[in-house]
Design a protein around this ligand. Structure first.
Ligand code: MN
Length: 246
């Protein structure tokens, strides 16, 4: 077991097997863990004790993770605090992450829990990223990228590095195509950038690149300038967030 690291985590999980697995993984890393069996217990424990982070199962009896999160966020509107809440869910359905974020959660990991992903997400929030995520949804889906690279952090760093080198060149090409009113070139370069962004499940950047690709395809290049500005901004945000996560 590692040395204690003074980080106290509230683990909300109703399933006993899952509780035990997560409890062991977390205590092994030196985290201090308190277990809640449902949303009501989460709210009670928060009144009695101070926590650094909540790992929140979604489906729990009596009060679900969604309901508990909404109640916590409502309360926080008065206190001005913000405790990081990580959704842990068996739902592997598309759009689930959005639902969790809409409910006020900061991030999302899927069950069965991948230990490295779990440690990763906790570390993220203890490096002070919580505040940023509270006000702004992340530009990309860290959990699904980690899944895509099979939890391999070296590979993750490699693909981020390639992206950091490649994306300015593609942006430059897109900008050039717009100035030259070369719709074929615009379509081609926007398509390439869209493909590379898609690896990070970065929705906003993806959408902007896709719009430019369509504009290139349809040849209506007059409207491209504004979308390009937006794409440039989204790529910048994405690059910064990717670099701060690796
Ligand atoms: Mn459950």
């Amino acid at each position: 077991m590692k040395e204690k690291n003074n980080i106290k985590i509230l683990l909300a999980e109703d399933n006993l097997v899952n509780q035990k697995v997560a409890y062991n993984l977390l205590t092994e890393e030196g985290y201090d863990i308190v277990i809640a069996n449902n949303g009501h217990e989460v709210l009670d424990l928060l009144k009695k004790d101070k926590f650094d982070l909540i790992l929140m199962d979604i489906q729990m009896p009596e009060m679900s993770g969604m309901e508990a999160t909404q109640a916590i966020r409502q309360e926080e509107q008065e206190t001005g605090k913000h405790i990081p809440i990580i959704a842990v869910t068996a739902h592997a359905m598309k759009g689930d992450r959005e639902k969790c974020l809409d409910a006020g959660m900061d991030d999302y990991i899927s069950k069965p829990v991948n230990p490295r992903q779990l440690y990763d997400v906790i570390k993220n929030f203890n490096q002070g990223n919580a505040k940023q995520s509270a006000t702004q949804t992340q530009s990309y889906d860290h959990a699904s990228v980690m899944e895509r690279v099979g939890g391999d952090e070296t590979l993750m760093r490699e693909i981020v590095q390639i992206f950091v080198e490649e994306s300015p060149l593609l942006l430059h090409e897109i900008e050039g195509a717009i100035h030259e009113k070369d719709s074929h070139k615009l379509e081609r370069s926007a398509h390439s950038l869209k493909g590379s962004v898609s690896n990070f499940s970065a929705k906003k950047a993806y959408d902007a690149a896709y719009q430019l690709e369509k504009i290139g395809h349809e040849g209506d290049i007059e409207t491209a300038e504004e979308i390009y500005k937006n794409l440039e901004k989204e790529i910048k945000v994405l690059t910064e967030e990717l670099c701060s996560h690796i």
